[in-house]
Design a protein around this ligand. Structure first.
Ligand SMILES: C[S@@+](CC[C@H](N)C(=O)[O-])C[C@H]1O[C@@H](n2cnc3c(N)ncnc32)[C@H](O)[C@@H]1O
Length: 289
C-alpha cells in the first residue's frame, strides 16, 4: 500500500480528468486498480489526517487511464472488473459489459415474484458475465436457476463470477443455442429472462468505436432487423414455460411494439411494455396463456 496526501491525489485526479473521459470510468479505475472507492475518498476528506492508501502508484494508474483515452477501450475491460447492482463482476472482451439500464430487469422480477422464499424455476438465456442470473439466484436463495450462453468463454466468466459472489449452489450454467441446452426443463420454468443481441445490422455498423471495436459482436448483433434472436426465443418459449410462466425480454429502444406483436402471435397474455429510467420502452414482458 502507498500512502499519499489527499491534496496531491486531488491535484493528480483533476489533471487526469482534464485530459478527457468521464467521472464514472475514472471511479472504476480508482476502485478496481487503485483500491479507493468513492466512499473511501469521502471518508478521507472528513478525516483530519487527510492521507489515503493506494494499491498502485499514480504513474501506473495514469498509464491505464491514458490507454483508455488513447484507444477508446472501455475502462472495465482494462481493469477486468465492472460494478452492476450490488455485484462486482469480472469482465473480459468475451462478454458484454452489463449496462445500468439492464439492472431494472431484476426489479421487474421482484415486482412479479414478491416472495423471496419462493422456489422458482428460472432460466436466463444469453447470460454473458452472468449478471442477471447471479442477481436472481442470490435474491431467491430457494430457487433453481439455469443460465445459458452460446459462448463457452462467456460461460466460464459467468460461473467464476457466481462462485466469487455466492456461497450458494442454485445456479447452473449450460452452453448452447438459446433453449437447446434446456430440454430437461420443458414445461417447468416459472420465468425466463433474456437480454439478447438486438442491434439491427445498419445500427451495429455505426456503433461508437468504444463499443464496436471492443465488445463481442455476438452479444450485440440481432440480424438485419435486430429481432432475429428475439423471434427465436419467443417462438420456443411456450415449450419451456409452465402455464402462466413469465417471459421477460430486453429490447432496443424502438422494438417494444414489434416484440409485443410477436408475443401475441405466440399466445402470450398480460403483455406489458416496461420503460427504463429514461422513459424508453426497454422491456417487453408477458405470460404464457
Ligand atoms: C446482449 S448480451 C447480454 C449479456 C448479459 N445477459 C447482460 O445482460 O449483460 C447477449 C448474450 O447472448 C449470447 N448469445 C448470442 N447468441 C446466442 C445464441 N444463439 N444462443 C445463446 N446465447 C447467445 C451472447 O454470447 C451474449 O453473452
Amino acid at each position: 500500500m502507498l500512502c499519499i496526501s489527499l491534496e496531491k491525489f486531488l491535484f493528480w485526479k483533476k489533471k487526469q480528468l482534464s485530459k478527457g473521459g468521464d467521472q464514472a470510468s475514472f471511479a472504476v479505475l480508482l476502485d478496481c486498480i487503485g483500491g479507493i472507492s468513492n466512499r473511501d475518498l469521502y471518508l478521507v476528506k472528513i478525516n483530519p489526517e487527510k492521507n489515503l492508501l493506494l494499491k498502485k502508484n499514480l504513474e501506473f494508474l495514469e498509464s491505464v487511464w491514458d490507454d483508455h483515452l488513447l484507444k477508446s477501450c472501455p475502462i472495465q475491460y482494462l481493469c477486468g472488473i465492472t460494478f452492476w447492482r450490488d455485484l462486482k463482476l469480472n469482465v473480459t472482451n468475451k462478454v458484454l459489459i452489463p449496462r445500468p439500464e439492464t439492472e431494472l430487469i431484476v426489479d421487474i422480477v421482484f415486482n412479479i415474484f414478491r416472495n423471496k422464499s419462493e422456489k422458482l424455476y428460472f432460466a436466463e438465456l444469453g447470460t454473458g458475465s452472468g449478471a442477471i442470473g447471479i442477481a436472481l439466484a442470490l435474491a431467491y436463495p430457494f430457487s433453481d436457476g439455469v443460465a445459458t450462453d452460446i459462448d463457452q468463454d462467456a460461460l466460464e466468466i459467468a460461473s467464476k463470477n457466481y462462485i466469487n459472489s455466492s456461497q450458494q449452489s442454485n445456479l447452473k450454467f449450460y452452453c448452447g443455442n438459446w433453449w437447446s441446452p434446456l430440454e430437461s426443463f420443458k414445461g417447468k420454468l416459472d420465468l425466463a429472462i433474456s437480454n439478447p443481441p438486438y442491434i439491427p445490422r445498419d445500427t451495429y455498423e455505426k456503433l461508437p468505436k468504444e463499443v464496436k471495436n471492443f465488445e463481442p459482436k455476438i452479444a450485440l448483433l440481432g440480424g438485419d432487423d435486430g429481432l432475429k434472436h428475439i423471434r427465436e426465443i419467443i417462438l420456443q418459449a411456450p415449450l419451456f414455460l409452465k402455464e402462466k410462466g413469465w417471459l421477460i425480454l430486453e429490447n432496443h429502444f424502438d422494438q417494444s411494439e414489434k416484440v409485443k406483436e410477436l408475443l401475441i402471435k405466440s399466445k402470450f397474455t398480460s403483455i406489458e411494455i416496461v420503460k427504463d429510467l429514461s422513459g424508453i420502452g426497454r422491456f417487453t414482458i408477458g405470460r404464457y396463456k
